[in-house]
Write a new protein. Structure first.
Length: 300
């Protein structure tokens, strides 16, 4: 729970970091994010002297993590583009609706039966997407790509069931060669920003590995231990911070129709949260009581 909370707070502050990496384009930032993330996580594993996990890397796990690597690359690239092109608020919408996507995945993948209020929340979220489609004059594709890609990534991580640092090492290793190739292509064509915009800019680009590795490792640690419903509830933290940064710091437009669409999403999330809390309360009340032994130095 602590890992999940910390991960989402750090993700919520990302819109303050990616604009610092201009004039690098979104794809160049993404390439460096992949490469430096691998170096960061390998340094962590070397410090911990933890290499035994390589023997547990079965073909099934490798396949799942390879697909997860592709999915999270789409998510990373879309979000960097959103923030650096003035669509931070739309990016936050993707993470607002992600809990609703998690509920749908629970039905489709795990055959869960939704309660009436859950269905109502999903329906209201669908209406909100329709309202925002009219407002933007197009489907909110940035939000939808972010929501679905991150939801699928969480599922793959749950199925792979591999510790956070180790799985991140595999994912970034899979993508390292393509990322390096793209960075070298930009350098050869004279279009690279890395190394040509001052030492401070180069340090910030390299720092993308650290700011990526830490929250993603925290999320992975939470994703393999918590149910999707809990992950969805923690998800609220990041988009709230992202929305406030887009509105108050980056001064993005929020016309009345957009407020209506976001308001519908927030009502849907409130319904989903309250229903989940009631269900959890009922489960605790009906659970059989357990008598725990009290040992010296422990508290009852």
């Amino acid at each position: 729970m602590v890992c999940g909370f910390a991960a989402y707070v750090l993700w919520g502050l990302f819109p303050l970091y990616w604009p610092l990496l201009k004039p690098a384009g979104a794809v160049e930032i993404l390439a460096h994010r992949i490469m430096w993330s691998l170096l960061a996580v390998l340094a962590i594993l070397a410090f911990l002297r933890n290499w035994r996990w390589i023997r547990a890397l079965t073909p099934r796990r490798l396949a799942l993590l390879t697909v997860a690597a592709v999915i999270i690359t789409v998510n990373w690239g879309t979000y960097i583009y959103a923030v650096n092109s003035g669509h931070t608020i739309e990016g936050s919408l993707g993470y607002f609706i992600n809990p609703l996507i998690s509920v749908l995945f629970g039905v489709v993948i795990f055959r869960e039966r939704l309660r009436p209020w859950q269905w109502a929340a999903v329906g209201l979220g669908t209406v909100a997407v329709g309202v925002l489609t009219v407002d933007y004059g197009r489907p909110p594709w940035i939000a939808l790509v972010l929501a679905f890609s991150f939801g699928v990534y969480g599922l793959l991580k749950k199925f792979a069931n591999m510790p956070s640092a180790e799985s991140l090492a595999v994912e970034t290793a899979v993508l390292f060669v393509p990322a390096l190739g793209f960075a070298l292509m930009l350098e050869g064509g004279g279009e690279a920003a890395f190394g040509h915009s001052g030492a401070g800019h180069a340090v910030l680009l390299a720092g993308a590995g650290v700011v990526t590795a830490i929250p993603l490792m925290l999320f992975n640690a939470a994703a393999v231990r918590l149910p999707l419903s809990v992950i969805g509830m923690l998800q609220y933290l990041a988009p709230v911070l992202q929305f406030l940064i887009g509105l108050l710091v980056q001064h993005e437009a929020m016309p009345a129709s957009r407020w209506i669409g976001f308001g519908l999403v927030w009502v849907a999330l409130a319904m989903l949260t309250l229903d989940g809390l009631r269900a959890s309360h009922r489960a605790r009340r009906t659970a059989p009581e357990r008598v725990l032994p009290v040992t010296e130095g422990s508290s009852a």
